[in-house]
Write a protein that binds this ligand. Sequence first.
Ligand SMILES: Cc1cc2nc3c(=O)[nH]c(=O)nc-3n(C[C@H](O)[C@H](O)[C@H](O)COP(=O)(O)OP(=O)(O)OC[C@H]3O[C@@H](n4cnc5c(N)ncnc54)[C@H](O)[C@@H]3O)c2cc1C
Length: 266
Amino acid sequence: WAVRTDSGRTVTARTVIAGCHVLTTFDLLERGGFDRARLNAWRRRIRVGPGIGMVLRLATDALPRYPSGPADESDAVRGLQLLVEDRARLRLAHGAALAGELPPRPAVLAMSFTAIDPSIAPPGEHQVTLWSQWHPYRLSGGRRWPALAESEADRIVAEIERFAPGFAGSVRHRHIQTPHEIERELGLIGGNVMHVEMSLDQMFMWRPLPELSGHRVPGADGLYLTGASTHPGGGVSGASGRNAAQRALADAGGGPLRRVLGRWRR
Ligand SMILES: Cc1cc2nc3c(=O)[nH]c(=O)nc-3n(C[C@H](O)[C@H](O)[C@H](O)COP(=O)(O)OP(=O)(O)OC[C@H]3O[C@@H](n4cnc5c(N)ncnc54)[C@H](O)[C@@H]3O)c2cc1C
């Protein structure tokens, strides 16, 4: 295999483990001359889905304080803070997103990392990340994300303000990542941080497709797939990397049978 990097360097290897989005890997394969018809057939069957949400990364001079939270305030800010009162609100936001609409009220998950490790911000400052669901990648009525980023960010901050009065006034700086930015900055197609929709038909031995679920790519010996596009999906577990590495090592001669035969020969 030869992999050409953005800087123009060509790296050759017997084995490549591709950790980018599976559709990106298909594009790279196509550029390398892989059978386009086969790639198109795979592309058609993979559903990226509507995306999940958007993120606000905030620099603040205080942590959120929740009057309705635990008596020991530090308990609340040391964990994930899912700011919803009932499941109906989650369903409403999800349903709206499926129709390309913004959530009537964003379902915000607050993470205040400086409550655990103050060293990641200058003294007296804090980092708070607000992950908000569901904000669809494709908006109805031809609306575009760049025009909506600021107003959606305001709505997300207003949502945390309901639960933690005074928080909005503590925000010093904010970095907004809409689904559009998540795709542009991180290569997460459709703004889906899980790469491919985490629906039952695309999980387990069906992720991303039955014929690709073993991390190998039929017709491309020495190429392996890993990352959120493969089992067990998105999130920071490292499990798919371990599985892909085991397959690659086994194929390269490190399988149990080969090891036993090797020992016997020696
Ligand atoms: C804001 C945000 C908050 C999240 N919060 C959580 C959380 O709290 N808990 C959790 O478990 N998960 C969370 N996730 C999801 C989690 O981060 C992802 O599911 C996970 O990072 C996916 O890992 P990955 O290695 O499969 O893919 P990625 O992290 O998408 O890595 C793919 C890599 O491929 C590279 N790449 C793309 N195209 C090319 C190319 N052409 N050539 C070479 N390289 C390429 C990219 O630069 C990138 O480094 C969050 C994601 C985001 C964006």
